[in-house]
Write a protein that binds this ligand. Structure first.
Ligand SMILES: N[C@@H](CCC(=O)N[C@@H](CS)C(=O)NCC(=O)O)C(=O)O
Length: 254
């Protein structure tokens, strides 16, 4: 799979009769849908988009040009990670990722909603640090504490149960990125193991889930991308193997 992000002027790749997800490699919302496709073992193609120089055709799939968008039939698409994920779960029910209990589904949605405060604090800390207010680190920790309490209260390995579900795959991409904050000089956003033992054990379990493992990036990689974006020159293609291979000096033959 190419990690190259297509940009203005690039052609739309040919359609392969598979579901196609338009994404950006470092986007947490796109990651939500990648994880759900992986968990459900659905065949799909990924098309990465340079969000600073969007290809013209992306607007045919996503009216605002945001990712993720899912092309479910040639030329027909839906957008927004939560909408895509519920659609996938209902359309491909063999591996079900939502509870059959309407109350539990409501509780999952409320948890995601309440966790949004931590997400927005993360965005400010990572990308707009000069706007950071002391109450934002507080909100961030309130979100983590609430999540930890909920994991404890549910008493299962994952929020969904013995296996992760939509609620886990919706929250996870942000936890993955939160670990980059101390590397970006934001020590007050660290997830301290002594305070967050239950949460860090949960995070370790999530890192070992195959659907997550195959797409996860190290905190250092997220930090590196974030730094490039802050500088105003987001390095979308930093993981593209064709770019990496050709910049490396060739090894001399022994
Ligand atoms: N609510 C949307 C948010 C998607 C979103 O904001 N994606 C960002 C990338 S992480 C994006 O496409 N930004 C480009 C833009 O806003 O033009 C979802 O859940 O899918």
């Amino acid at each position: 799979m190419s990690e190259k992000h297509l940009q203005t002027g690039d052609d739309l790749p040919s359609y392969n009769e598979k579901l196609r997800l338009f994404a950006m490699r470092f986007c947490p919302y796109a990651e939500r849908s990648v994880l759900v496709l992986n968990a459900k073992k659905i065949q799909y193609d990924l098309v990465f988009i340079n969000l600073d120089h969007k290809p013209e055709w992306v607007f045919n799939f996503s009216p605002k040009g945001t990712v993720p968008a899912l092309e479910y039939e040639q030329g027909k698409a839906i957008f927004d990670s939560n909408i895509i994920n519920v659609y996938l779960d209902e359309k491909y029910p063999e591996v079900s990722l939502q509870s059959s209990d309407p109350l539990r589904r409501a509780q999952d949605k409320m948890l995601v909603e309440q966790f949004a405060g931590a997400q927005s604090a993360y965005y400010t800390a990572a990308f707009n640090a000069q706007a950071l207010q002391p109450n934002m680190a507080e909100n961030y920790h309130k979100g983590l504490e609430l999540l930890q309490k909920e994991i404890e209260a549910r008493g299962t390995k994952f929020l969904h149960g013995d296996e992760p579900g939509l609620v886990d795959y919706t929250i996870w991409p942000f936890l993955e990125r939160f670990e980059a904050l101390p590397l970006l000089g934001k020590a007050e956003f660290a997830i301290d193991k002594s305070k967050y033992e239950v949460l860090t054990n949960y995070m370790d379990s999530m890192k070992n889930v195959p659907a997550v493992k195959s797409y996860a990036l190290a905190a250092e990689t997220h930090a590196k991308f974030t730094e490039s974006r802050i500088k105003g020159d987001a390095n979308y293609n930093m993981l593209d193997s064709s770019a990496v291979c050709c910049m490396r000096p060739r090894k001399k033959k022994e």
